[in-house]
Design a protein around this ligand. Structure first.
Ligand SMILES: *[C@@H]1O[C@H](CO)[C@@H](O)[C@H](O)[C@H]1NC(C)=O
Ligand SMILES: *[C@@H]1O[C@H](CO)[C@@H](O)[C@H](O)[C@H]1NC(C)=O
Ligand SMILES: *[C@@H]1O[C@H](CO)[C@@H](O)[C@H](O)[C@H]1NC(C)=O
Ligand SMILES: *[C@@H]1O[C@H](CO)[C@@H](O)[C@H](O)[C@H]1NC(C)=O
Length: 389
């Protein structure tokens, strides 16, 4: 697409999304209790009573942002239709999906309420808080082309503030038990790869990546890894013990990349992601052995995604390459945009909901596998076992 046209479309997305905000917020409050009731009714069978996990704290990007970006001045927002068409009452909450996110499925399995966004500023912090911000990454600059964003280090700063509030609410003993028994879910890194794949690339830039030209800046993967490990160490130092780190998924196979690569998965991008993932996993496993009581687990979302994509009909999907809500070839040319986008009639038939995000049904499959999974998807213990530690 021509740069000028692309900018115009991005501006239109921004205008359309902002005009829908007010409707969304009013609707959201009214139905919150109702939504929780319906979700609790759908709890999975193997959700037991023993709950060693008082709270779920969440860090990351759009895969787990339950609504923080609604409060930011950014193009990375999803609080407008058709986002949320499969959410309770079809409400667009800011989640980048047709319905629930992985963090929601996990909260339900744990018997916890849906995790509230930190920037909603609510008082209920006892069951967890979501610090994630769509478009953000591990590196400070990742996401700046969308506007305001909260990098991982700042998300952890926000956790420090919540931790202080927990200490004054509960007292030192109870608060430190809560902090050490809670689950910490980290899903981040995708945007670091996208933003740095061809250094000048961004959502509003004029040059697009394709798989003939792998151009990461020098030391990109090393920097990403060392920043990530630093933040994990920081979380541990703050008292976190049960930390789930999710690797970067198969980014080369999302409609956005298929659109730029004649329908083929971008294998150089996938290779770079896999190199990073395996170094990340190695580091996590050595932190696990060197740090006392560090119950760190690594979730292999790359292989999980690849398996679902390669065998999509066995998982109940009809399409493994087209965004349900999108535009252009594979629906991968533009974000899901009101008015402009084509929207499929049943989002559960496509693995992908929009140009970069899977649909909620795909997220559900992934979370079920991490919950029950064998070591090749979640190492060294699955989430069900981690909960009981
Ligand atoms: C990839 O990008 C290069 C440089 O912009 C271009 O010459 C090439 O034709 C593109 N390849 C594909 C498969 O689109
Ligand atoms: C979709 O499935 C086909 C058949 O299994 C496979 O060849 C193709 O690579 C898959 N597409 C993506 C984007 O993973
Ligand atoms: C695909 O799914 C079928 C049915 O569940 C299974 O038998 C087969 O091993 C799977 N293949 C791959 C490559 O995952
Ligand atoms: C949507 O598609 C899924 C997967 O193919 C199917 O299980 C479900 O019944 C469909 N829903 C409707 C309302 O057709």
């Amino acid at each position: 697409m021509q740069p000028a046209l692309k900018l115009a479309v991005v501006a239109l997305v921004a205008v359309l999304s902002c005009s829908m905000d007010r409707f969304t917020v009013a609707q959201q409050d009214k139905t919150l209790d109702q939504r929780q009731q319906q979700l609790n009714a759908n709890k999975d069978d193997d959700e037991g009573n023993a709950n060693n996990v008082p709270a779920l704290f969440v860090f990351g990007d759009s895969i787990v942002d339950t609504g923080n970006n609604n409060h930011l001045f950014t193009l990375a927002r999803a609080n407008y239709r058709p986002y949320g068409i499969d959410f309770v009452d079809g409400i667009p909450t800011g989640r980048f999906a047709d319905g629930l996110l992985p963090v929601d499925y996990l909260a339900i399995l744990l018997g916890l309420p849906l995790v509230p966004p930190y920037l909603d500023g609510g008082d209920d912090i006892l069951h967890g808080v979501c610090f994630a911000s769509a478009g953000s990454g591990v590196l400070e600059n990742t996401g700046h082309s969308y506007g305001q964003h909260i990098p991982l280090s700042a998300q952890i700063d926000n956790f420090v503030e919540v931790k202080q509030r927990l200490y004054s609410l509960l007292g030192e003993d109870a608060a430190s038990v809560l902090v050490s028994k809670s689950l910490y879910l980290i899903v981040i890194g995708s945007n670091d790869f996208f933003d740095n794949y061809i250094p000048t690339h961004s959502i509003i830039s004029i040059s697009y990546p394709n798989d003939t030209s792998e151009v990461f800046p020098p030391y990109f993967e090393e920097q990403l890894l060392s920043q990530m490990i630093q933040q994990l160490q920081r979380l541990y130092d703050l008292g976190a013990r049960k930390i789930i780190t999710v690797g970067v998924p198969a980014l080369g196979c999302v409609p956005y990349m298929l659109n730029r690569n004649q329908g083929q998965c971008a294998s150089l991008l996938n290779d770079a992601v896999q190199r990073y993932n395996s170094a990340l996993k190695q580091n996590i496993m050595s932190m696990r052995t060197s740090l006392q009581d560090a119950h760190l687990v690594y979730a292999n979302s790359f292989d999980l995604a690849q398996r679902i994509l390669a065998n999509f009909t066995a998982y109940g999907f009809k399409d493994n390459q087209t965004a349900c809500c999108g535009w252009g070839a594979y629906g991968g040319a533009l974000p899901c945009t009101p008015v402009i986008s084509n929207v499929c009639t049943n989002a559960s038939e496509n693995v992908f909901w929009d140009y970069v995000h899977p649909c909620s049904t795909a997220y559900h499959i992934v979370v079920r596998q991490l919950w029950n999974g064998p070591q090749d998807v979640i190492d060294p213990v699955n989430l069900q076992q981690l909960r009981l530690i």
